[in-house]
Design a protein around this ligand. Structure first.
Ligand SMILES: Nc1ncnc2c1ncn2[C@@H]1O[C@H](COP(=O)(O)OP(=O)(O)O)[C@@H](O)[C@H]1O
Ligand SMILES: O=C(OP(=O)(O)O)[C@H](O)COP(=O)(O)O
Length: 412
């Protein structure tokens, strides 16, 4: 259990307050258009609860990083957020200047404002510790204009940026509903004791990340079911002629070089816990899905894009016997229907059981909506990437620690 104060405590202390709420609306941008995603819908619940209670809600968020194409203003974000609320979101083209401060002062009960991309202010990304961030202009100016601070940005909580760690030192600070639920579910592998089998489904393209997780939490997990790039790299370590770059791909060799030692050590130490694909799928000469058993592969000349049917059956059985399942990364290129069987098959198996389940990773969790699965059949579908990985390994998140350390005195 986290020891931060939540919106329940805020509700008992404030009415019609000016509440600064840090959201994580960081989203993919395609051709200049912000793509709607789970983050808007989830954060809308926190905003709606606060606005519905009559507070004046001032949202702070970031988009992209300076110097990158996705570093933009938040006017489109305000539009998408208001689609999920039963009220307008007023976009304020300022962060903590006179325009922002006046808008905050003028806000009526129940009104929702979204300030501009907080990373456009130099204080946000300055390399300072939380106490020094609390003294910076960005934080002191906005804190002066507000009564309370809510951090709902769990998916950015591994960042020690001003808007994430400065305010709890100068305002009564609370965790929003997204922060609360993400923290609870994603930390479960590190904090909960499960009676039965704990399984982790590992795949995707970011093999380096997931291999580090496997190395760190091997003691807590009974079975790892592998697919995606990590699956092939483990097969390569086990002596199979897969997991090499072919036909212009650049996903394997570099990650192999970086992780070979860890992969071999994990296989050596935890071979019994690790389930590798028994077969793999690829596009044949007619562009149809075809499968090949591992023992039939004698050279790597094909790009494999999914695990095969025998692997899926075996992973489904493992999931069915599990008390808890954590998913990080897709087992195949599920965006292409021909290669969705592995990812969808395992997700269906999880949905069919009543095990505790967490599905993480922005890309992987998209498969749930794409293939008509019901989010309600999973204990939690995370909207976090980097923060989810850190939570799985039990690594602290600096913004969560700050909320816990700065718990408002009256709620201590
Ligand atoms: N064999 C594979 N070859 C190429 N891409 C793969 C393969 N298996 C899975 N993927 C890709 O992995 C992506 C999801 O993994 P990743 O980006 O690491 O995770 P996250 O869900 O954390 O964003 C999917 O978009 C899927 O297409
Ligand atoms: O989208 C985010 O993280 P994620 O890509 O790990 O899910 C957060 O908004 C953090 O963004 P950052 O990685 O630019 O600090």
């Amino acid at each position: 259990m986290a020891s931060f104060a939540t919106l329940d405590a805020l509700a008992g202390r404030f009415s019609e307050a000016r509440v600064l709420v840090r959201l994580d609306l960081n989203s993919p941008i395609e051709d200049g258009t912000v793509q709607d995603n789970r983050r808007f819908e989830r954060h809308a619940r926190t905003v709606s609860e606060l606005a519905g209670a009559g507070h004046r809600v001032v949202c702070l968020a970031h988009q992209g990083r300076p110097g990158r194409d996705d570093f933009t203003h938040l006017d489109q974000h305000a539009g998408i957020l208001s689609d999920y609320l039963d009220r307008d979101v007023q976009y304020v083209d300022d962060i903590c200047g006179a325009t922002a401060i006046d808008a905050i002062a003028d806000a009526e009960p129940g009104e929702v404002l979204l300030l501009d991309n907080v990373r456009m202010h130099d204080d946000e990304l300055a390399d300072r510790d939380p106490e020094a961030h609390a003294d910076a202009d960005l934080v002191t100016t906005l804190a002066e204009a507000a009564d309370a601070y809510v951090n709902d940005a769990y998916s950015a909580a591994h960042r020690g940026h001003a808007s994430l760690v400065g305010f709890p030192h100068v305002l009564p600070a609370y965790a929003g509903r997204v922060m609360e639920t993400e923290y609870e579910a994603n930390s479960a592998i590190a904090t909960r004791e499960f009676d039965g089998q704990v399984t982790m489904v590992v795949g995707g393209t970011k093999a380096t990340d997931v291999i580090q997780v496997m190395d760190a939490i091997g003691d807590k997990v009974d079975a790892f079911c592998l697919g995606g790039i990590a699956g092939e790299l483990f097969l390569r370590a086990a002596g199979h002629p897969v997991g090499h770059d072919v036909g212009g791909s650049d996903r394997f060799d570099e990650q192999w070089e970086r992780n070979e030692e860890t992969i071999r050590a994990v296989l050596d130490e935890r071979g019994d816990q690790i389930h590798l694909p028994l077969d793999l799928a690829y596009a044949d000469e007619y562009e149809q899905r075809a499968e090949i058993a591992l023992w039939q592969i004698d050279e790597k000349s094909t790009s494999f894009l999914d695990v095969g049917s025998a692997s899926i059956d075996s992973y489904r059985d493992i999931v069915a016997d599990s008390e808890a399942v954590f998913v990080k990364g897709a087992l195949g290129v599920f965006e292409d229907e021909r290669f969705a069987d592995g990812t969808v098959g395992v997700l269906e198996a999880i949905a069919d059981t009543d095990c505790f389940s967490v599905v993480g990773g922005g890309d992987t969790s998209r498969a749930i909506g794409m293939y008509g699965l019901d989010e309600a059949d999973f204990s939690h579908v995370s909207i976090a990437g980097g923060a989810y990985i850190r939570a799985l390994t039990g690594e602290p998140l600096v913004a969560v620690e700050t909320l816990e350390n700065c718990r408002p005195k009256t709620e201590a």
